[in-house]
Design a protein around this ligand. Structure first.
Ligand code: NDP
Ligand code: 8X3
Length: 253
């Protein structure tokens, strides 16, 4: 039987390229996001191209009941999830602490912390039953070092880092691997979302850099997931060559 990966945030960016990477390696896919049309299109494309099975599972990770019911209600044959890529998330705004929009803060906390934890909890319950599984959590360099005007986004990624450690400790007795991936700047839809559709400002983030591509991150995730059963990468930070951490970049010639 083929292995199964569940990916949240598969309609774009890291989630989408990781879906393709795992499909190319023979995995069956359960793909989540809110944009159902994109999920259905991607499923059809990957099923045809790689001769795998794909199950679209649209829900909003902020909706506790939808998360729990969607995952516990999966057909039996789809419940044997080998890998969870817990990736859905976003930044909203790049404002000073005193000027930031409270609604942006609420959405980031609800998505990146609470929604993230709901998904991991629901999937871990299935993995515990089989004493097998690998949870790969999407953190960020923003969860390793706070940068100016990063305030609540950084706080949510610090929380991801803490929950990643917590899962590893608490799931140890169930033989479940837990890996935190912490990328730096990568060109996805992330900055367009952060700057609320302002594409010019979004592009400036990458000035003078060759940023990570979502395919680079998918390769790293595949590497982590394809190691032998007794080997677990706990924590991995990945940046483009011109970025040292969440603050230091080299944008010269
Ligand atoms: P994208 O904007 O390209 O993708 C984000 C994905 O998350 C989309 O598929 C989106 O799907 C999904 N998503 C957002 N909110 C929800 C929700 N409430 N419920 C379900 N799905 C949701 O950005 P990235 O691929 O870059 O981002 C993926 C993750 O990587 C995020 O956690 C981000 O914080 C993190 N990250 C990004 C970096 C970067 O520079 N790009 C660097 C470090 C970390 P839909 O809108 O269809 O729901
Ligand atoms: C995304 C990377 O540096 O924009 O998490 O926070 S950064």
């Amino acid at each position: 039987m083929a292995k199964i990966i569940l990916i949240t945030g598969a309609t774009s960016g890291f989630g989408k390229t990781t879906a393709e990477k795992f499909a190319a390696n023979g995995y069956d896919l359960i793909l989540n996001g809110r944009r159902t049309d994109r999920l259905n299109e991607l499923c059809t494309k990957l099923e045809t191209k790689y001769n795998i099975a794909c199950y679209p599972l649209p829900f909003d990770v902020r909706d506790e009941k939808a998360v729990m019911n969607s995952i516990s209600g999966l057909p039996e044959e789809w419940k044997s999830i080998d890998v969870l890529f817990n990736n859905a998330g976003l930044a909203l705004g790049r404002d000073y602490f005193d000027e930031a929009d409270l609604n942006d803060w609420n959405i980031m906390v609800d998505t990146n912390v609470k929604g993230f934890a709901y998904v991991a909890k629901a999937v871990s319950q299935l993995m515990v039953k089989r004493k097998h599984g690998h949870i790969i959590n999407m953190g960020s360099v923003a969860g390793k070092l706070v940068y100016e005007r990063g305030n609540m986004y950084c706080a949510t990624k610090y929380a991801v880092d803490a929950l990643n450690q917590a899962m590893r400790i608490d799931l140890l007795r169930h033989n479940i691997k837990v890996t935190g991936i912490h990328p730096g700047a990568a060109e996805t839809e992330f900055s367009i979302v952060r700057f609320k559709g302002d594409e010019d400002t979004a592009k400036k983030i990458y000035d003078g850099l060759e940023p990570l591509k979502p395919e680079d991150v998918a390769d790293v995730i595949w590497y982590c997931a394809s190691l032998p059963p007794h080997v677990c990468i706990n924590d991995l930070t990945i940046t483009c060559t011109r970025q040292a951490d969440g603050i230091y970049f080299y944008r010269g010639n």
